[in-house]
Design a protein around this ligand. Sequence first.
Ligand SMILES: NC(=O)c1ccc[n+]([C@@H]2O[C@H](COP(=O)([O-])OP(=O)(O)OC[C@H]3O[C@@H](n4cnc5c(N)ncnc54)[C@H](OP(=O)(O)O)[C@@H]3O)[C@@H](O)[C@H]2O)c1
Length: 164
Amino acid sequence: MILSHIVAASENNVIGTGGDLPWDIPEDMQFFRDKTKGHAMIMGRKTFESFPNQKPLPGRLNVVITRQTDYQRDGIEVVDSLEKAIELCKSRTDQWGDEVFIIGGGEIYKQSLPYVDRVYLTRIFEEFNGDTTYPPLDDAEFEMVADSERTDPVRFSFQVYEKR
Ligand SMILES: NC(=O)c1ccc[n+]([C@@H]2O[C@H](COP(=O)([O-])OP(=O)(O)OC[C@H]3O[C@@H](n4cnc5c(N)ncnc54)[C@H](OP(=O)(O)O)[C@@H]3O)[C@@H](O)[C@H]2O)c1
């Protein structure tokens, strides 16, 4: 199993504000959909609740981490720890493929960074205000293997990092 982060972060590492994304970048949303389609995704409860109508994303295994013992929603798997989320996805790779995506948010990215093999980082070359951040990637631990710049509607780049 390959464990990957997929995240969009500003130059100052902001990823969220008020429970939402601080920007609207259609090409990045499309990139996210294309990458995660057909795969298992792990997310924190707050990221799940940021989805439109709090509905799971179709065509993917939606695994939601919460400490609430009575949390249930249609179409999601609920677990109470990151470790259980990873174990569950590992047991479903036959159906959902070998690459498992951790899709946020800030709390879950920080806790899972030590375990990931790969990071798809959409780096937005602007500073944003926000309340949620992505941890800086250590050069000694992660090597950039792809960097593909775009300019619409802002200057950003699709970067890929692999664990050294
Ligand atoms: N830019 C991006 O790529 C991106 C991607 C995803 C999200 N975001 C943004 O990030 C923000 C949300 O991030 P966030 O850090 O506030 O929340 P989050 O990581 O999505 O979810 C946090 C919640 O997860 C549960 N949780 C966390 N650690 C846990 C553990 N060890 N065991 C059990 N449950 C655990 C708790 O749920 P309970 O409170 O229910 O117990 C906690 O409140 C939003 O603004 C969203 O739009 C941005």
